[in-house]
Design a protein around this ligand. Structure first.
Ligand SMILES: *[C@@H]1O[C@H](CO)[C@@H](O)[C@H](O)[C@H]1NC(C)=O
Ligand SMILES: *[C@@H]1O[C@H](CO)[C@@H](O)[C@H](O)[C@H]1NC(C)=O
Ligand SMILES: *[C@@H]1O[C@H](CO)[C@@H](O)[C@H](O)[C@H]1NC(C)=O
Ligand SMILES: *[C@@H]1O[C@H](CO)[C@@H](O)[C@H](O)[C@H]1NC(C)=O
Ligand SMILES: *[C@@H]1O[C@H](CO)[C@@H](O)[C@H](O)[C@H]1NC(C)=O
Length: 580
C-alpha cells in the first residue's frame, strides 16, 4: 500500500499518511523553518489554509476534478510575477487527497503553441466515457483571437496527471464570424446528451453587443457545431463569462449530481460571471436537453437580478461533481483589494475561497453553501459559550483562540421582533448601500448585532459582520453585512461595506446563525446556514504584530442572546509545498 506523504507545515516533520491509489505515491516535501518563513508566509496577509500558489499571480479556478482518488485544481497562473498585466497566462496545477492540503506540480498548460501563444485561459474538465479526463480551454492564439482548444493527459494511469498534451489539430472551435475576437471563452464541463452528442457551453459577445452562452455539439469531442439557439442571451449585462451549468437534487437533498447522464427530472443551475460588475450570479431553472435551452423559472432574463453566490469580493467561480463524496463543490477566486504595485511587491496575488459544498435549499429557489467538512480537521483549540447575553450597546470578547486563523460559529437569538425598523421598498434593491447607511455604529430596533473580527488591540481597526432585521410588507427582512470601512487604517485599500439579504423566516426560526472563517487577510462569512455568504479581504495596518481580537457586539436597543458559540483556532494547512 503506497501512501501520500505530506509533511507538516511546522518544522516538526510529522507525516500524515493518506491513502492514494495502490499504484502510485506522492511525496510532498516538508519545509524547514527558514524556508517556511521565506516561501510560505512571505510576510503578512498571506493565508494559512486558503488555496494559494507559493508565489505569483493566480485568478480563475480551472478544471477542478476528482480522479483516481485525487482532487485536482488548475488555476490561471502567471509564473513570472504577481500581476495579470502584460502576461501570457499559464495553467497552474495542484493535487490533494482532502481538498485542504495541497501539493504543487509543474504547470499543466503553458502558452507555447500557435493556438494559445497569447495565453492559456480558463476551461473545464470532462470525463470521457472510458473515464479519461480531457480539458477544453480557451487559447488566445498567435493572431490574438480567442479559440477553444483540447488538452489530454499524457499518461491517464498517473493519478497526478502531471503532463498534458495539446493535439496539433487545435483549435477545435474557431472564432465564429459574428463574435468579437476578444470575447469568446471559458468552455464549461461538457455533457453527453441522450442522442449521443456532447454539449459544451461557451461565453461569447455577439457583435451587436448581446452577451450569449453558446452551445456547441459534437459526436467525437473534436468537431463541434454551434447550436442556432444560445443557452442564454441578454443585451442587459454586457459580456458574461465562465458559464457553469449543473443539475441539483431535490430541494433539501445535500447530495450532488453529475452532469452526465443528464438527469431529466432534475432542476439545473446556470451560473454566469458578469464582467462589468465582477460578480457571479446564478438561477435555478429547467434545462431542456433536446433543444439545449434553459428556462428561467420565474426569474428575469437580466442575470444581474439572479442570486449571488457571494456578496463580497469573489469572481469566476466554478463547480465540480465530487464523485468521492457525492457532492457538488464550488471554487471561486478572491482577488486582492490593494493597488497593483503593492501586491506585485508582496510577491503574490489572489486566493481561492475555501471549497464549498452547494445544494438546493428546501424552498427549491436558492442554493445553500457550506465550507467542505474537511476544513474542520484543522480545528484545534476550542472555546465555547452557551446562553450568554449581550446587552444593548455591549460587547463580549472571545478569548482563548488566536483571531488570525479561526473558525467561529455563533447562533444569535432575538427575544422579540417588535422594534424592527421599517424598510423603504427602494432600499430593497441595494443591500450594500443599506449596509453603508446602517452600519454597526448606527443603533437599530433589531440589530445590528454580530462579530467584530481582526480587531486591533485598541479596536481602531476592526471588521464587523452583522445582522439587522427590518419590517417590510407585513414581514421581516434580514440584512447581513460585512463592513470593511474600519478594517484597516491603510488608505490605499478598497474597503466597502458589503451586504445582502438572508432569505430566512426569522419569525419561525427566531434565531440566526453566523459562521466566519478568518485567515489573515480573508474573512469568509456564512449567514443563516449558508443562505447568504460574504467574502472580504482585510489588510490590517500591522497584521503581524496585531492582537487580532474577536468580539461579539450588540448595538440594538435591547438584549441579544447568544444561544451557542463555538470558536476554534485553526491549524495551518500544507498549501502548495512542492511535490517531489
Ligand atoms: C505593462 O506594459 C505597459 C506598456 O508597455 C507598461 O506601461 C506597464 O507598466 C506594464 N505593467 C506592468 C505591471 O508591468
Ligand atoms: C504512467 O503512470 C503509471 C502510474 O503512475 C506508471 O506506472 C507508468 O510507468 C506511467 N507510464 C509512462 C509511460 O510513463
Ligand atoms: C487564430 O484564430 C482565428 C479565428 O479562429 C484564425 O482565423 C487564425 O488563423 C488563428 N491564428 C493562428 C495563428 O492560429
Ligand atoms: C478586484 O478588486 C478590486 C478592488 O481592489 C475590485 O474593484 C475589482 O472588481 C476586483 N476584480 C475582480 C475581478 O474581482
Ligand atoms: C455601537 O454604537 C456606538 C454608538 O454609535 C458606537 O460608538 C460603537 O462603536 C458601536 N459598536 C460597533 C461595534 O460598531
Amino acid at each position: 500500500m503506497a501512501a501520500l506523504r505530506l509533511s507538516a507545515y511546522a518544522a516538526v516533520a510529522v507525516h500524515l499518511c493518506l491513502l492514494l491509489s495502490p499504484s502510485s505515491s506522492l511525496r510532498v516535501r516538508g519545509l524547514s523553518e527558514s524556508e517556511e518563513a521565506s516561501t510560505v508566509r512571505q510576510g503578512s496577509y498571506r493565508t494559512a489554509y486558503h488555496f494559494q500558489p507559493a508565489k505569483n499571480w493566480q485568478n480563475d479556478p480551472n478544471g477542478p476534478m476528482y480522479y483516481k482518488g485525487v482532487y485536482h485544481l488548475f488555476y490561471q497562473y502567471n509564473p513570472h510575477g504577481a500581476t495579470w498585466s502584460n502576461v501570457t497566462i499559464s495553467w497552474g496545477h495542484s493535487v490533494s487527497v482532502d481538498l485542504v492540503n495541497w501539493g504543487a506540480l509543474d504547470n499543466a498548460l503553458d502558452p507555447d503553441s500557435p493556438f494559445d501563444a497569447n495565453g492559456c485561459w480558463s476551461g473545464s474538465a470532462t470525463f470521457l466515457p472510458d473515464g479519461t479526463p480531457v480539458m477544453l480551454y480557451t487559447g488566445v492564439n498567435a493572431s490574438n483571437n480567442q479559440v477553444q482548444n483540447l488538452a489530454f493527459p499524457k499518461n491517464a494511469s498517473d493519478p497526478l496527471l502531471r503532463e498534458w498534451i495539446k493535439p496539433t489539430y487545435n483549435s477545435v472551435i474557431p472564432l465564429p464570424a459574428d463574435v468579437l475576437n476578444d470575447n469568446f471563452r471559458d468552455p464549461s464541463t461538457a455533457w453527453l446528451g441522450r442522442d449521443g452528442l456532447w454539449r459544451v457551453a461557451v461565453s461569447a459577445q455577439i457583435k451587436d453587443s448581446v452577451a450569449s452562452t453558446l452551445i456547441y455539439r459534437s459526436k467525437d469531442f473534436r468537431r463541434w457545431e454551434r447550436n442556432a439557439e444560445p443557452l442564454y442571451s441578454s443585451g442587459a449585462a454586457g459580456m458574461v463569462e465562465c458559464p457553469d451549468l449543473f443539475p441539483v437534487a431535490e430541494p433539501g437533498i445535500q447530495n450532488g449530481l453529475d452532469l452526465v447522464p443528464p438527469n431529466r427530472a432534475a432542476r439545473h443551475v446556470l451560473k454566469l460571471s458578469v464582467m462589468a460588475t465582477h460578480q457571479d450570479y446564478y438561477v435555478v431553472g429547467r434545462y431542456d436537453d433536446a433543444a439545449d435551452t434553459f428556462a428561467l423559472v420565474g426569474a428575469y432574463n437580466d442575470c444581474r437580478t439572479w442570486h449571488r453566490f457571494d456578496y463580497g469580493h469573489v469572481y469566476a467561480s466554478k463547480s465540480f461533481y465530487d464523485a468521492g463524496k457525492k457532492r457538488r463543490v464550488l471554487w471561486s477566486w478572491a482577488n486582492e483589494s490593494d493597488p497593483e504595485p503593492v501586491y506585485i511587491a508582496r510577491g503574490w496575488a489572489g486566493v481561492q475561497t475555501v471549497p464549498r459544498k452547494i445544494w438546493l435549499a428546501s424552498d427549491g429557489k436558492q442554493l445553500l453553501q457550506w465550507p467542505i467538512e474537511e476544513i474542520e480537521t484543522l480545528r484545534k483549540t476550542r472555546v465555547g459559550l452557551l446562553g450568554a447575553e449581550v446587552n444593548a450597546g455591549g460587547m463580549k470578547e472571545i478569548i482563548g483562540v488566536a483571531g488570525t486563523q479561526a473558525d467561529v460559529e455563533v447562533v444569535f437569538e432575538i427575544p422579540a421582533l417588535d422594534g424592527a425598523e421599517n424598510l423603504d421598498p427602494n432600499q430593497l434593491l441595494d443591500p450594500q448601500r443599506l449596509c453603508g447607511e446602517k452600519g454597526a455604529s448606527v443603533p437599530g430596533g433589531v440589530g445590528p448585532f454580530g462579530l467584530l473580527v481582526l480587531a486591533s488591540s485598541d479596536l481602531q481597526e476592526h471588521t464587523s459582520i452583522f445582522f439587522r432585521v427590518f419590517r417590510h410588507a407585513g414581514k421581516y427582512k434580514v440584512l447581513m453585512c460585512t463592513d470593511l470601512r474600519r478594517s484597516t487604517k491603510r488608505a490605499d485599500v478598497y474597503k466597502p461595506p458589503y451586504g445582502g439579504f438572508v432569505d430566512i423566516d426569522i419569525e419561525k426560526e427566531s434565531g440566526i446563525s453566523l459562521r466566519t472563517l478568518i485567515d489573515h487577510s480573508v474573512v469568509e462569512s456564512y449567514g443563516g446556514g449558508g443562505r447568504a455568504v460574504i467574502t472580504a479581504r482585510v489588510y490590517l495596518e500591522h497584521e503581524e504584530t496585531n492582537t487580532n481580537r474577536m468580539l461579539m457586539f450588540n448595538n440594538r436597543t435591547g438584549m441579544v442572546k447568544v444561544s451557542k458559540l463555538d470558536a476554534w483556532e485553526l491549524k495551518a494547512a500544507n498549501v502548495n509545498v512542492p511535490v517531489v
